[in-house]
Design a protein around this ligand. Structure first.
Ligand code: HEM
Length: 182
């Protein structure tokens, strides 16, 4: 039977979380497009939310497993307090900051009715800088970053992300009356 080391689980969880976060961000932007029908928008919105949650859970798993690593174990403080770790403090810190932003986004999404749509939306936009932080985090400290396949993953994700951002912010937004509530 194939055995995976803790380090391999950490890396697999990091990559899976990154990929799901990427899909969630893309779906979040696409479901807002004017050419998307109401029914399709609803499905895309559900997928956007679900992938965001799984990305968050996997990011937690990815960070938490560092505590059990034999080669470079992290203390609980190093895992949860940004820029405190002995290993690559700056780039690890960016991952932690992105993780907290995701947490904050989920919490505010659950309380959207109480806090109001404007505050919710402002907090939700934190996902854009967070995605950039997490891309820098993965590219600069990932063991796999020197592999060609990993470089293709990062380059395509970042290019797609910027194309969608340009589309989202510089092209006409969907008229409000055509949007589903979510
Ligand atoms: C939004 C959350 C996060 C995402 C999407 C994410 C994603 C990634 C990715 C894609 C890698 C590269 C893996 C590889 O090359 O094999 C990575 C590496 C790493 N991440 Fe995160 N990360 C996140 C949060 C965190 C947190 C909270 C910590 C904890 C302190 C952390 C610590 C690390 C470390 C130490 C590495 C280096 C692993 C290696 O050598 O490959 N990350 N992360």
């Amino acid at each position: 039977m194939i055995q995976f080391s803790t380090w391999e689980w950490i890396r697999a969880a990091g990559f899976s979380s990154y990929f799901l976060l990427f899909l969630s961000v893309c779906l979040g932007i696409i479901q807002n497009a004017s050419m998307i029908s109401r029914n399709v928008r609803h499905v895309l919105f559900q997928a956007h939310q679900m992938m965001g949650w799984f990305a968050f859970l996997l990011a937690f798993f990815h960070g938490f497993l560092l505590y059990f690593d034999d080669y470079q174990p992290f203390s609980i403080q190093e895992i949860f307090i940004p820029f405190l770790s002995r290993y690559q403090p700056f780039f690890t810190g960016l991952g932690i900051v992105a993780f907290y932003s995701m947490f904050f986004i989920f919490i505010t999404s659950d309380f959207m009715k109480k806090i109001g749509r404007n505050i919710w939306k402002t907090v939700h936009y934190l996902i854009f800088p967070s995605f950039i932080l997490v891309s820098i985090h993965g590219i600069f400290i990932g063991t796999d970053s020197k592999e060609t396949w990993a470089q293709y993953v990062y380059i395509s994700a970042v290019v797609c992300f910027f194309v969608l951002i340009v589309y989202r912010f510089f092209y006409k937004a969907t008229p409000k009356s055509n949007r589903s509530r979510g």
